[in-house]
Design a protein around this ligand. Structure first.
Ligand SMILES: Nc1ncnc2c1ncn2[C@@H]1O[C@H](COP(=O)(O)OP(=O)(O)OP(=O)(O)O)[C@@H](O)[C@H]1O
Length: 224
């Protein structure tokens, strides 16, 4: 176990962000933070990365907090090239040139490294966003809606890239509203609905216990 959330409550003026959310993330697993619009996925991520504090409850780190993070959107300086941006970020993270080049190649931006980000498509910007999150050796990789803006081929590649992280012994938490994507990629699921946990645990166990074929069926059965 690397981190545990205990009875987390987060209330915004009008809206309930999270209500009594408890969970644990196990090392070396791929975990889908799933749920529909407004379920509380981004709120939970903000608590994990320390951008916000919960109103009550606590986040208990069993190991030193060590996170790489891919936000759902990022405004890279438009006048810089992909290479310059990664160079800057790799410098901050003390990542080697070899590693930086490997990451640029892995996200398919090597041939475009001299282009300014202002000339990039949305999918290319998202791949650069993915690339910056792959720099470094931090144990936990958190990705907020990483499929955003990616086409079918790159969604397939994203799955491979995240599986490679698991092979390296890293822990991956990604948010998504696509239950089929969650099921294809993740070992575990933390399924939120209206700020509460609907399901938490190993996906295959949940499916066999409920005799549901897919997460979508399980989700529908519980919310309808
Ligand atoms: N800064 C904020 N101010 C007020 N309410 C907020 C704020 N952030 C989140 N909320 C509310 O908290 C609830 C959960 O929102 P959150 O953004 O965490 O959901 P989400 O699962 O990430 O949704 P989506 O898939 O639409 O991005 C929603 O009701 C939302 O309106």
């Amino acid at each position: 176990m690397i981190v545990e959330g205990r009875s987390l409550l987060k209330k915004y003026s009008e809206n309930q962000g999270l209500e009594d959310v408890s969970f644990s993330l196990c090392a070396g697993r791929i975990i889908a933070l799933a749920g529909g619009n407004g379920a509380g996925k981004s709120t939970l991520i903000r608590l994990l990365i320390g951008e916000e504090q919960s109103d009550s409850g606590e986040i208990h780190w069993a190991v030193e907090r060590s996170i790489r993070y891919m936000p759902d959107e990022v405004n890279f300086p438009a006048a810089l090239t992909a290479e310059e941006i990664l160079q800057l970020l790799a410098g901050l993270k003390k990542v080697s040139i070899i590693e930086r080049e490997k990451v640029l190649k892995r996200v398919g931006l090597w041939d475009f490294r001299k282009q300014k980000v202002s000339q990039f498509s949305k999918g290319m910007r998202q791949r650069l966003n993915l690339a910056q999150s792959l720099l470094g050796e931090e144990q936990l990789l958190i990705l907020d809606e990483p499929t955003n803006g990616l086409d079918i081929l790159w969604i397939a590649e994203l799955k491979q890239i995240l599986k490679e992280q698991k092979v390296k012994g890293k822990t991956v938490l990604f948010s998504t509203h696509l239950l089929s994507f969650a099921e294809e990629l993740a070992d575990d699921v933390l399924l939120l609905h209206e700020g509460k946990i609907l399901l938490h645990g190993a996906i295959q166990d949940a499916l066999s216990e409920t005799s549901c074929e897919h997460l979508e069926e399980l989700f529908m059965n519980r919310v309808m």
